[in-house]
Write a protein that binds this ligand. Structure first.
Ligand SMILES: [Zn+2]
Length: 240
């Protein structure tokens, strides 16, 4: 490891070891969605030295994004989110590789998006797309870090094929699309939990949020964790 990197990552090498830092450098992560959660996760992982980030989102920056998507500035309005995010992340850490894919995540595009990827971060805003990611994760045996926010509430869990249930087990209903209210600070809490989970899974350290669901209630200032058990008859992870 270079002197520059030993200095740059000094505060976390004391936690993860040089081998842990090297695991982050070699890792390839798909951040699915570059919105309130995805911008936080991508910035956290870029700063931590995750070597390759693929960002997937088909949206352009809008004025109403700016209350929570801190990677973007008013003069980014109208630009592709992935392009603006790539520029900012490159400034934050020029040593890592960031690839932006300005495409909708659907059954046509998912295979290319997860190709050569070690871990998926679910930073989406709708369950229809989450279930596409979920199926890809479980068919390819990729860990997936789920996060979702609404207003002052948020949730996160870590899915490991073969060890945990999947999103289909926990959220079989498919909520209708709508404009979800959200405060930027909630994205900060849940996005940072997702980044922590990603770093733990990639380095094999700590206790990932497996078979457990973390709930954050920002109005009450309370976090709770509940058991999230696999459904043995699940059509995605139940083994038929
Ligand atoms: Zn399942």
């Amino acid at each position: 490891m270079t002197k520059y990197n030993i200095d740059r990552y000094q505060r976390q090498i004391t936690l993860l070891g040089e081998e842990g830092q090297e695991s982050l450098r070699r890792a390839r992560v798909l951040v699915a969605g570059v919105g309130g959660l995805g911008t936080i996760v991508a910035a956290d992982l870029a700063a931590a030295g995750v070597g390759f980030l693929r960002l997937a989102d088909n949206d352009r920056v809008e004025l109403s994004n700016l209350n929570r998507q801190f990677l973007f500035r008013p003069d980014d309005i109208g630009r592709e989110k992935t392009l603006a995010a790539m520029e900012r992340l490159h400034l934050l850490n020029p040593e890592i590789q960031v690839e932006g894919i300005s495409q909708t995540i659907d059954n046509e595009t998912i295979n290319e998006l997860v190709k050569d990827i070690d871990l998926i971060v679910d930073a989406m805003d709708n369950f229809a797309t989450r279930f596409i990611l979920n199926q890809a994760a479980f068919s390819r045996h990729l860990p997936m870090i789920h996060g979702a926010v609404r207003g002052f509430f948020g949730q996160a869990t870590t899915l490991i094929p073969g060890k945990t249930g999947c999103l289909q087990c926990f959220f079989a209903g498919n909520p209708l699309g709508e404009i979800i209210p959200v405060i930027g600070a909630t994205c900060g809490v849940i996005g940072s939990v997702q980044a922590s989970e990603t770093i733990k899974v990639l380095t094999g350290r700590g206790e990932p949020l497996t078979n457990r669901l973390f709930f954050w209630d920002g109005w009450a200032g309370e976090g709770t964790v509940i058991d999230a058990k696999r459904n043995p008859r699940c059509i995605i992870c139940g083994g038929g």
